[in-house]
Design a protein around this ligand. Structure first.
Ligand code: SAM
Length: 335
């Protein structure tokens, strides 16, 4: 678990919490240590399913959106600047003008510029700098109105997106490459693993043959956008961790994915590999996986370990679209 800057600030007496009232904790990752805060007052607000579930397992009252009022709000700054600003504005609104807002973040997620920006809007404390990050706090006041999220974000094609979701400004180039490589006819049961706000699913549903499409997405806000973007009755929505996802009625005929490739700033092919594993587990014997990835990401070895055939079917200098067929687990399964 990480060093808790909140615990350090509370232990030294630099940070003092009000004696009463609920404490909203926005967007803590599963490795954040919240033990410095009184657990019976904490409401964790986290829409990313694996992190959400980790706090539920620790016994925290956990939701995907704030409810009611709080006396304190803690914001763990996410990487996307628009989302960070919207969360700070939401935190300030929720605690009211006299409430306390605490902001914590890593340098790699831009906490230095968030600190500078907050100082322009409120009476911000000195920053506690520790473990490649910063913590600071301030009375909420009214200065963050212009940082509020501006309702629904509509991008080219009429799709709804939200601050902080993947490719919030429009269709991702890798996903467009995968959509262009989709055959005209697809099999009956298809899974879009890591479906985001639903672009690939919208393309899948334009092809012949699809009877059921399962959108699997861990980020609650992204899945809510997908629900707004895809109204086709063949679509089913699953707020779930794709790495361990299973449908009640397995197997499926096809998995399509543009897998996530980082959870922090650094690229991490292990998440994509976990998606490939999950796909191999849910596919039927003649089933196949279509995957798009940045050209430098090394997925071929994992694909070759899990599938009998792997081909590059499209691509350019930046992306490759890979098709893998015949998951080998069927060959390994006891008879
Ligand atoms: C590269 S994006 C692709 C999104 C979408 N398919 C598109 O084409 O725009 C990967 C998606 O996987 C989601 N994701 C990340 N980790 C996940 C997990 N463990 N389980 C399910 N989805 C996850 C991300 O929130 C993101 O929406």
């Amino acid at each position: 678990m990480k060093i808790s800057r909140i615990s350090l600030a509370l232990d030294t007496g630099a940070l003092i919490l009000p004696d009463a009232g609920r404490i909203a904790v926005f967007r803590p990752r599963s490795d954040e240590d919240l033990s410095g805060l009184p657990q019976d007052r904490v409401h964790v607000i986290q829409g990313f399913k694996p992190d959400h579930d980790a706090f539920v397992a620790q016994g925290y009252d956990t939701g995907v959106a704030p409810t009611g009022d709080y006396s304190v709000a803690v914001v763990f700054v996410p990487r996307a600047k628009a989302e960070a600003r919207a969360l700070i504005a939401e935190a300030a609104d929720r605690v009211g003008v006299d409430g306390l807002v605490i902001v914590d973040g890593q340098k790699t997620d831009g906490i230095d510029s968030v600190f500078k920006d907050c100082r322009k809007h409120a009476a911000v404390s000195a920053a506690l700098s520790k473990a490649h990050g910063k913590l600071f706090w301030f009375p909420a006041g009214t200065g963050f109105v212009e940082w509020r999220a501006h309702g629904v974000n509509i991008v080219a094609g009429g799709f709804q997106t939200a601050a902080g979701v993947f490719s919030a400004d429009g269709v991702d180039r890798g996903s467009a490459a995968l959509a262009a490589a989709l055959p005209d006819k697809l099999p009956n049961r298809v899974v879009d693993l890591g479906a985001g706000w639903g672009y690939l699913s919208s393309e899948i549903l334009k092809r012949d043959g699809v009877k059921e499409l399962h959108l699997v997405e861990a980020e609650h806000a992204a899945l809510e956008c997908a629900r707004a973007n895809i109204t086709d009755p063949r679509a089913q929505f699953h707020w779930a961790d794709g790495t361990g996802f299973k449908l009640p009625r397995q197997p499926v005929d096809m998995v399509v994915t543009n897998p996530p490739f980082h959870m922090t700033r650094a690229a991490d092919p292990n998440i994509g590999r976990a998606f490939i594993n999950a796909a191999a587990e849910m596919l039927s014997l003649p089933g196949h996986l279509l995957l798009v990835a940045n050209r430098h990401l090394p997925y071929e070895k994992t694909l070759a370990e899990m599938f009998r055939t792997v081909d590059e079917i499209a691509g350019d200098a930046s992306f490759k679209v890979l098709r893998a067929t015949h998951p080998l687990r069927h060959a390994r399964a006891p008879r």
